[in-house]
Write a protein that binds this ligand. Structure first.
Ligand code: HEM
Length: 559
């Protein structure tokens, strides 16, 4: 073969190769386009189906592309809660809201609520929770499918009533620390925001109980920082939900808040990994200590508290969760366990400051139960006797359900008992503020009246008219924990201090502060909070009777 012919032969091969390569590339592009086209066609079909089925559900007219987003976010993020409540009032109890291409079907009819909450099929959280996942990971609150049952089986025994009884001393100790922290405010008599303290002490309680961690001097600073990180995580979650284009990670990468998101995720992981590492070291020290002791002394039999971390890090149960699952579950329990209780406590204190008549009744009950002794710790036997206090907490959660909206994925067209059909792909959302203020179940719904929860006043009310802790297979695993913590906190604080409204704190934009419970301005992140904080004053009880003026009692100016 000559050089020429071999060159030309190579040229032929090269030409043929290039032709083949080009053809393959063209085929690949074509296949990709077909696939993409099919996906787009499927998405459009699904969207058209959703629109068609949802058309029967009442809701405000939707604009092209943005849908009802402008109705929801009008006035800024701080108005979202109020806007959603107004939309529900106008269109509810079942409402259709388009957040861009995402369809939210809000439910507040007790029949629908019962059907959804108790369904064993509709247990998967909606894709909105996907935004939480990088922050809270695959902890219980984000999981779906079979994993839910496995995780609940692991978590729930750690919050069993027997273990809660063991937690009482810690709740009491933290409540006392909280009470002592208020001394400086009682001394200077000025108003202050009590909400951050509620977060700090609820987090400290969760760490010592659920995580059975021992706190050191100086931890408070770290906890305050962690509380801030949790707030930031919740805020970022809502930021993305109300801007649905940011639900897609690729688009969120373009957002100015993405660096904060990454920082928050790292801070959450760092804090929880630190807790687990400390606990592992402690357990391993204890084991080697026990081994050494066995050779010299007889070990004293001691009932071991099987709190969550102890249980999981124990030798036998250790394999129940992988390291990553454990970290995510710790994050989830710390977030769900502390933020919700803290927010509820701050609402209870806000209510008590504005409603001195309710506070006086709680104090009367405390006097009856504790015989006027302000320093005696709360015992297990006394907790069930704090009935009025329990009704105050329940009524607070009716008007201020701290987790106001939670959603399920709609895996098919779901015919609701109210007669409406929620289409496949919708975010089925429980709207507690509307459910809890339906006049049929709650006459004069905005009035704060703990006695609504007396048995004789509850007759005829649909049992699913009230759902602050959800119900059914995805109900709150910390309900009893929260109720016990709140009772101990309030019983400890109120025996020492009178809670008064602030005198010099203006409301938002310099307006007079709220005069009534119904005026409390609310903002929503993942949980709700009083906008601008919960500003109160405290006065020592011993002097309260002598010092309290009519002014304090009847017309608390601003909070
Ligand atoms: C007043 C306080 C509390 C309120 C109002 C509350 C409310 C709720 C609600 C409404 C849900 C359902 C959320 C959903 O379906 O997406 C829930 C779930 C959950 N709660 Fe609570 N909660 C409180 C305290 C706690 C505490 C103290 C803990 C932990 C100790 C806790 C742990 C959880 C967990 C892990 C879930 C997820 C359960 C699941 O998805 O299967 N909660 N909570």
């Amino acid at each position: 073969m000559t050089l020429e012919s071999s060159l030309s032969g190579r040229g032929v091969h090269a030409g043929a190769g290039a032709g083949l390569g080009g053809a393959l590339l063209a085929a690949a592009v074509l296949a990709l386009l077909v696939l993409l086209g099919r996906r787009v066609a499927r998405a459009l079909d699904a969207f058209a189906h959703m629109r068609k089925v949802a058309a029967d559900i009442p809701g405000p007219p939707a604009l092209p592309l943005v849908g009802n987003l402008l109705d929801v976010v009008a006035g800024g993020d701080d108005r979202i809660y109020a806007n959603l409540c107004s939309l529900m009032e106008r269109w509810g109890p079942t409402v259709r809201l388009w957040l861009g291409p995402e369809l939210v079907v809000g439910v507040a009819d007790p029949r629908d609520v019962e059907y959804l909450a108790t369904s064993n099929e509709l247990i998967d959280k909606s894709p909105f929770y996907g935004v939480l996942e990088p922050l809270l990971g695959s902890g219980l609150s984000c999981l779906g499918g079979q994993e839910v049952r496995r995780h609940r089986k692991i978590v729930m025994p750690s919050l069993h009533l027997d273990i809660l009884h063991d937690f009482l001393d810690t709740f009491q100790a933290e409540a006392l620390r909280f009470a002592r922290r208020l001394e400086r405010h009682a001394d200077d008599g000025r108003d202050f925001d009590v909400a951050p303290l509620c977060v700090e002490y609820s987090l400290a309680a969760a760490l010592q109980t659920i995580m059975s961690s021992e706190l050191q001097d100086g931890d408070a600073e770290e906890h305050r920082a962690f509380g801030g990180v949790l707030q930031s995580a919740m805020d970022l979650f809502m930021y993305r939900v109300w801007r649905p284009w940011f639900l897609h990670d690729a688009l969120f990468r373009l957002s100015g808040r993405r660096p904060e998101y990454v920082r928050t995720m790292k801070a959450l992981n760092g804090f929880t990994e630190g807790i687990i590492a400390r606990k592992r070291r402690k357990l391993s020290d204890r084991r080697s200590g026990e081994g050494a002791e066995e050779t010299t002394t007889t070990p004293t039999p001691r009932r071991r508290r099987r709190a969550f971390l102890d249980n999981i890090l124990d030798d036998e149960a250790g394999a129940a969760l992988s390291d990553l699952e454990l970290r995510d579950e710790v994050k989830t329990l710390l977030c769900t366990g502390s933020e919700t209780s803290a927010s509820t406590l701050s609402f209870v204190l806000a209510v008590l400051a504005l409603r001195q008549d309710v506070q006086a009744k709680v104090v009367q009950e405390l006097d009856d139960v504790f015989g006027g002794d302000a320093s005696r710790p709360v015992t297990l036997a006394e907790l069930p006797h704090l009935q009025y206090l329990e009704r105050v907490v329940k009524e607070t959660l009716r008007l201020f359900p701290v987790l106001p909206f939670f959603t399920r994925r709609c895996p098919r067209d779901v015919r609701l008992p109210s007669g409406y059909t929620a289409p496949l792909g919708a975010h089925l959302t429980f709207f507690l503020p509307a459910l809890h203020t339906c006049p049929r179940a709650w006459p004069e719904p905005r009035r704060f009246d703990p006695d609504r929860f007396l048995t004789e006043n509850s007759c005829g009310r649909h049992p699913f008219s009230y759902l602050p802790f959800s119900a059914g297979p995805r109900n709150c695993v910390g309900q009893r924990y929260a109720m016990m913590l709140l009772k101990v906190e309030v019983a400890t604080l109120l025996r020492r201090y009178q809670i008064l409204p602030a005198v010099d704190a203006p409301g938002p934009q310099g307006s007079p502060g709220p005069q009534d419970v119904a005026d409390l301005p609310i903002k929503v992140t993942l949980v709700i909070a009083v906008k601008g904080g919960v500003r109160i004053r405290v006065r020592r009880r011993a002097a309260a009777g002598a010092e309290a003026s009519d002014d304090d009692v009847t017309s608390g100016p601003s909070l």
